[in-house]
Design a protein around this ligand. Structure first.
Ligand SMILES: NC(=O)c1ccc[n+]([C@@H]2O[C@H](COP(=O)([O-])OP(=O)(O)OC[C@H]3O[C@@H](n4cnc5c(N)ncnc54)[C@H](OP(=O)(O)O)[C@@H]3O)[C@@H](O)[C@H]2O)c1
Length: 278
């Protein structure tokens, strides 16, 4: 049952809020009455994004932090706790993609994607947990991926980081439940955002080609906030067909295995023709 007032006056932090899912979650939180600290690494981009929501007045706030820098994250989260007096929800959303043949990935690529997708979450969680423990409550929502519960071929780098996020978040969900802390893991499949033409360092290249079956970011945000308010642990977005795919993979169903082998063939062909998959 969705509580329509769940987010009213809640103090929320969203990382990677200037684009895609983070932007859409910020918009939906504001719509539902929350106070939102929109964070991003680029002062210009985050200011521009926050300006889009100026009609929400003091409920929209902005913060510059590069999530690969522990001091940025620690200071940013401490600043919110000091200014707002508490932190109710932290969305560790910032991240980069990485669809690349394993043999083409350099050690630098591995380090970059681990910095952005895993260390960012460790920094955010480590900074927020002591504050939330003092409060006796708080909800941390980490963005993993469908690639954090099902392993898509040609996404070994990305999948490593997202399985890490899923595992860590699920462990903490049980570890802190009796202390009043909640943890959710968002596992989006294809959501229509600018991620599809970005490199591992987040720079855009070529033409943005969003997959035809991509789910709209605003609908994803609405579903995510409904499920977070229900304290769901793993949140698959969209729920179907990907929940069935996840269950089928875990159970070793041949229909999912065949799909993953087919995906591998298609992606290898696309890369061999000199392109990228997307
Ligand atoms: N879209 C999908 O289909 C999909 C599927 C599964 C999971 N996800 C996950 O969803 C999350 C959001 O992705 P998206 O699709 O919304 O992509 P996006 O539109 O590219 O947004 C990514 C956001 O993360 C920020 N970011 C990247 N590196 C950062 C850093 N070092 N410090 C601070 N911010 C940083 C980006 O900032 P800049 O603009 O400055 O680069 C941007 O605001 C990611 O964790 C992604 O892995 C997305």
């Amino acid at each position: 049952m969705v509580d329509s007032d769940h987010y009213r006056n809640r103090i929320c932090i969203v990382t990677g809020a200037n684009s895609g899912i983070g932007y859409a979650i910020s918009a939906e939180l504001l719509k539902r009455g929350a106070v939102v600290y929109m964070t991003g690494r680029s002062p210009d981009k985050i200011s521009k994004a926050a300006e889009d929501f100026s009609s929400y007045g003091g409920n929209v706030r902005k913060l510059v932090m590069d999530v690969t820098k522990q001091e940025d994250v620690r200071k940013g989260i401490a600043h919110v706790a000091a200014e707002a007096g508490r932190i109710d929800l932290l969305f560790n959303n910032a991240g980069v993609g990485g669809t690349i043949p394993f043999e083409k990935a350099t050690i630098e690529d591995w380090k970059k994607i681990i910095d952005t997708n895993i260390w960012s979450v460790i920094y955010g969680v480590s900074a927020a947990v002591p504050i939330m423990l003092k409060q006796g409550e708080g909800h941390i929502v980490n963005t993993s991926s469908i690639a954090g519960i099902v392993p898509p071929p040609f996404q070994a780098l990305y999948s490593l980081t997202k399985y890490g996020v899923t595992g860590m978040t699920e462990c903490l969900k049980y570890e802190y439940a009796e202390k009043g802390l909640r943890f959710s893991t968002i596992c989006p499949a294809n959501i229509a955002t600018p991620i599809f033409n970005k490199s591992i360092d987040g720079t855009a290249h070529g033409e943005l080609r969003i997959p035809d079956d991509a789910y709209p970011a605003d609908e994803a945000a609405s579903l995510i906030l409904d499920r977070v308010s229900e304290n769901k642990g793993i949140i698959v977005v969209p729920e179907e067909p990907y929940t069935d795919m996840w269950k089928g993979y875990v159970l070793g169903e041949s229909v999912v295995e065949d799909e993953l082998y087919k995906m591998a063939r298609q992606r290898r062909e696309a890369f061999e023709k000199g392109g990228s998959y997307f």
